[in-house]
Design a protein around this ligand. Structure first.
Ligand code: FAD
Length: 431
């Protein structure tokens, strides 16, 4: 629903801009190039401002998009689309002027410094290129911290682009240009203000580490108790952004990272199981009980409100956490279900929480846990799934694991006749 609304807004902006330009009756190639140059500027900026508005990360808002991962994907597509259009914008306008000679084109692109709104546009575009370039896979997997730091350039880039549009936006009838930029600017400024000011004051809940269980040498489960008056309300399988405040941590002090809640929403405490996957998650293995953390969320919508009758869960490694939270919740509700959990790990030693999941399966009618050991059984395949889940095609599937397993599982499930819409995947990767 949210995704449809966003793209409808973009298409409407394109249609309105083109309609306004066509009504000016372009007489030939030069006018058409000029009209396209203006239209790319308008639609590119609309996309940039919508991308900024989506960056707010207001808890609950992501549900309209089917979860935060899908919301971020829309944000990335808007950003990439706006960069392409805004790069085309000066090229098309200068081509339109080139008919009057190369000097006219150069003059349009690089006027005297006193024509500062044009230079504001250029500066905005250069900043955009700097902060968006690392997001393109062409440049390889970006370092998360550097990427985040560079993304701060988005604020000045948006302001400079707005200054430029405010001065030159005369394409739509009457004051429509100005109203368009005012409304979209208010939305994006509101979003950024929420993210960097209000969410820190009212969006983050205070919790304290009550207990740390070392599940393995590279995995801890933290039990968190509320340290303020407000408690987090969430659904099983949702995730939060957690920032730890333990001065002894060797990395990641005060840095927020997304972690799935492995607790049941019925519990008084929150649980998060954290695997050592990098600096901050390695350091957190040593967090001390009693230390303070902040929690922002909940986010995500892995399990739908309407629970499907027959379910297949496929987990890989630490991707077990949303299923663990859901299984603990099912146990608390004590109802019979029809769920098969295929838990893919390398070997028995790495099958974290397997004993607890088996114990839950013994107590919930219709819940079966099926471990799959890569070293012994090779990659997950049709034969294994057919044998262990004979009514596979009748099930709705939920998959959470490393990207390779997610892709393999999707292929196998589609091959088994499960429609794409009946397969949900959760990715532990937001970039
Ligand atoms: C929706 C979601 C749920 C997750 N749930 C769990 C869980 O239950 N248990 C668990 O152990 N891990 C979970 N993760 C993964 C966890 O967030 C990363 O392992 C952790 O952020 C890595 O940070 P680092 O500094 O240790 O490693 P780095 O080496 O800095 O990062 C490793 C990778 O993690 C990603 N990453 C790093 N920092 C962030 C961040 N702040 N936000 C988003 N992505 C980041 C980057 O893509 C990077 O490539 C989840 C991730 C997502 C997106």
């Amino acid at each position: 629903m949210g995704i449809v609304a966003i793209w409808t807004a973009v298409i409407m902006a394109a249609v309105i801009a083109l309609a306004a330009l066509v009504s000016a009756k372009p007489a030939g190639g030069v006018e058409i190039l000029d009209a396209l140059g203006r239209a790319t500027g308008i639609v590119g900026l609309v996309m940039l401002l919508l991308a900024a508005a989506l960056s707010a990360r207001v808890p609950g808002f992501d549900r309209w998009f089917g979860g935060l991962t899908r919301l971020w994907k829309t944000h990335h597509r808007l950003g990439a689309g706006s960069l392409i259009l805004l790069l085309l914008h000066p090229v098309l306008l200068s081509l339109a002027r080139a008919g009057s000679g190369p000097d006219a084109a150069v003059q349009l692109l690089f006027p005297p410094l006193s024509n500062w709104p044009i230079w504001a546009g250029w500066a905005g575009l250069l900043l955009m290129m700097a902060f968006l370039a690392p997001s393109f896979s062409f440049f390889g997997q970006p370092d998360y911290r550097r990427w985040k730091l560079l993304h701060r350039l988005a604020g000045p880039a948006v302001i400079l682009a707005l200054v430029h549009a405010w001065q030159y936006g005369r394409t739509l009838p009457g004051d429509a240009d100005k109203w368009l930029w005012l409304v979209l600017a208010a939305l994006s400024v509101g979003a950024v203000a929420w993210r960097f000011v209000f969410s820190r004051r009212i969006g983050r809940l205070r919790y304290r580490v009550e207990h740390v269980t070392a599940v393995a040498n590279n995995l801890v489960e933290l039990v968190l108790e509320p340290a303020g008056r407000r408690r987090l309300k969430y659904d099983a399988g949702q995730f939060v952004y957690m920032a730890p405040f333990d001065r002894e941590l060797s990395a990641g002090y005060g840095e927020e990272h997304p972690y799935t809640l492995s607790s049941s929403p019925d519990e008084d405490v929150l649980r998060v199981a954290i695997k050592d996957l990098g600096d901050a998650s390695r350091a957190i293995q040593t967090i001390r009980p009693g230390s303070r953390v902040t929690i922002e969320g909940p986010y995500g919508k892995f399990f739908p409100d309407r629970e499907p009758q027959k379910q297949l869960w496929i987990a890989g490694g630490i991707g077990i956490t949303p299923f663990l939270g859901r299984a603990r919740h099912l146990l608390a509700r004590n109802r019979s279900v029809d769920i098969r959990l295929v838990y893919c790990v390398q070997d028995e030693a790495r099958a974290r929480f397997l004993d607890e999941l088996h114990a839950i399966a013994e107590r919930i009618k219709g819940f079966e846990v099926i471990p799959h050991f890569f070293y012994r059984q090779g990659p997950l395949d049709e034969e294994f799934l057919d044998k262990r889940v004979p009514d596979l095609s009748e099930r709705e599937a939920f998959v959470c694991g490393p990207p390779g397993l997610n892709a393999l599982a999707r292929r196998l499930l589609i091959g088994a006749g499960i429609g794409r819409k009946r397969i949900r995947t959760e990715e532990f990767e937001l970039l």
